[in-house]
Design a protein around this ligand. Structure first.
Ligand SMILES: [Zn+2]
Ligand SMILES: [Zn+2]
Length: 242
């Protein structure tokens, strides 16, 4: 079995979104279990970054306060190294982190579609994957969360916000799960494909919603090669049954 460390930057993340992150974590593991791949995420606690690392960027979406990608990569790489130094027999040289802010380095802002499906960095023998959840959020979801965070919002408005969230959060979660599978695919050597597959990057969120939750036959075959033959269950379906 191969393990991937999982973490998220908890700055700016509400309790409701935290819950969704853990559901996405579970869904990814369920996907690998059901589809017979010897791969699991392991939760390595959340990352809390000091406000001192925040930078302000002028972006096409307006001024944004965020933690630069370079800082995130360093922190996650350090977290992974600590885990690997434990030498507890777990095969783990990859880490995935989810952030709520857009992906940007000090000198480069990753545009909407570029940031869509995350970023990968490689450090001698270690892989760091970062996904921003921001492009997966709908405007109505963002607004509903803001209403629920506002102690002055009236009850009727809050009820409406809860209703919006019960519709929007499952959609948001599925987008994120597909994004996670996409980055994991890259981490194991997959490239983009043109099929109905998580490795086919979308041009819009709508397109992403219509994608099948899983790897196509070609990508699956390539992915299997990353693992010892006897560890892969070839009788399992390629796509999650849900
Ligand atoms: Zn990609
Ligand atoms: Zn594919």
């Amino acid at each position: 079995m191969e393990y991937i460390g999982f973490t998220y930057v908890s700055n700016f993340v509400s309790d409701r979104i935290e819950e969704v992150l853990f559901e996405a974590f579970n869904d990814v593991n369920k996907f690998f279990t059901e589809t017979g791949l010897p791969l699991r995420l392991v939760y390595l606690d959340k990352l809390i970054l000091e406000p001192g690392y925040l930078i302000t960027l002028q972006t096409p979406e307006g001024k944004i306060r965020l933690f630069p990608l370079d800082v995130l990569i360093d922190f996650m790489d350090y977290r992974l190294k600590v885990e690997m130094d434990k030498n507890d027999g777990l095969v783990m040289n990859k880490i995935m982190g989810i952030t709520s802010f857009p992906l940007a380095s000090r000198d480069r802002y990753f545009g909407f579609y570029e940031s869509f499906l995350g970023f990968q960095a490689e450090r001698v023998g270690r892989k760091i994957m970062i996904i921003s959840m921001r492009p997966f959020e709908s405007d109505s979801m963002r607004m509903a969360l803001k209403i629920l965070d506002n102690p002055l919002a009236d009850e009727e408005l809050k009820l409406l916000a809860r209703r919006v969230l019960s519709r929007e959060l499952p959609i948001f979660k599925t987008r994120l799960v597909k994004g996670m599978l996409h980055e994991i695919g890259h981490a194991f050597g997959l490239e983009h494909c043109n099929n109905d597959c998580v490795m086919n990057p979308p041009k819009s969120v709508q397109e992403w919603d219509s994608r099948y939750l899983g790897y196509c036959t070609q990508c699956r075959a390539k992915l299997e090669k990353a693992f010892p033959e006897e560890k892969v269950n070839r009788d399992a379906p390629y796509f999650s049954l849900r």
